[in-house]
Every structure is written in structure tokens, then in C-alpha cells.
Design a protein. Structure first.
Length: 147
């Protein structure tokens, strides 16, 4: 499944970059995040997140790695996670650009694939769930950065 969007954040690009590339900062807004561990600073981290699909909740152990960091312009990461009988793989990319009023536009893309027993359930619910979780995530990010 592929997702994309643009979010305008009322803050300078360097401030937006700093927040979005700090796993502990951005983790405050990650839906279902239960724990986070930095393995290699600015390179790799692990997370445990519980995601609900209707009445079913699945806890994924996720390994995330930054593939590219071009401060404060562009970043790309990939992640792989597993849960009993299921797995998820994904990648995401963001590009930041200055707006004339001092705000920042963030263009983002995400490509997510779910495998295993949760895949059939996820395929029916993922679109609506992802829109809701993405909206919640970016509302939180904006609130945290904009203060």
C-alpha cells in the first residue's frame, strides 16, 4: 500500500528536521508506540508498537534504519517488523522545503506491505485506519513543533 501527502508546519525547516529525525521526539506522536531503543544514533533504532485492526490488536517488534539523511532537506528510512504469525515491511521518505512566510512544507511518502495472518484483515481496514493514524500523527507533530 502506498500513501503520500504534504503537511505544512508553522516552524523553520531546521526545527522541523530536528524533531522528525529524533526518534524520541517523533515517537511521542507515533500511534501505539510502547517502547523505543536507539541502537546506532542517526542510523538505527528498535520499537515495539501495538496496532489495532478492528477488534484485533497486534504488537510488532520493529527494526528501523535511516537509509539517507540530507539535513535539513530530505530523509529516507525503512523498517521491518514481526508479530506472531505476521510481518510488516515499509519505507518512508520526507522532503522539507521553506515557505516564504518562514513555515515548512513536508512532502512525504510511505510504502507498507503486511504479510501473514493479519494481512487479510489489514487489507480490508488499512486504508481507513492509515488515514486516521496518519492524521493523528501529523496533528501531534504540528502541535509539538508549533508549540
Amino acid at each position: 500500500m502506498q500513501f503520500a501527502g504534504t503537511v505544512t508546519i508553522e516552524a523553520p525547516r531546521a526545527e522541523v528536521w530536528k524533531f522528525l529525525t529524533d526518534p524520541h521526539a517523533v515517537g511521542q506522536c507515533a500511534p501505539g508506540l510502547e517502547s523505543l531503543e536507539i541502537i546506532i544514533p542517526d542510523k538505527q533504532f528498535k520499537a515495539v508498537a501495538a496496532i489495532g485492526f478492528g477488534s484485533v490488536s497486534v504488537k510488532f517488534n520493529i527494526n528501523v534504519e535511516w537509509l539517507e539523511l540530507d539535513p535539513p532537506n530530505r530523509g529516507k528510512l525503512k523498517g521491518r517488523g514481526s508479530a506472531p504469525g505476521s510481518a510488516v515491511e515499509g519505507s518512508s521518505e520526507m522532503t522539507l522545503r521553506d515557505l516564504p512566510n518562514g513555515s515548512t512544507d513536508m512532502d512525504w511518502t510511505a510504502d507498507v506491505v503486511v504479510f501473514g495472518t493479519i494481512a487479510s484483515l489489514a487489507s480490508r481496514l488499512m486504508g481507513g485506519l492509515t488515514r486516521r493514524l496518519t492524521g493523528d500523527f501529523f496533528n501531534c507533530v504540528k502541535a509539538k513543533i508549533e508549540g
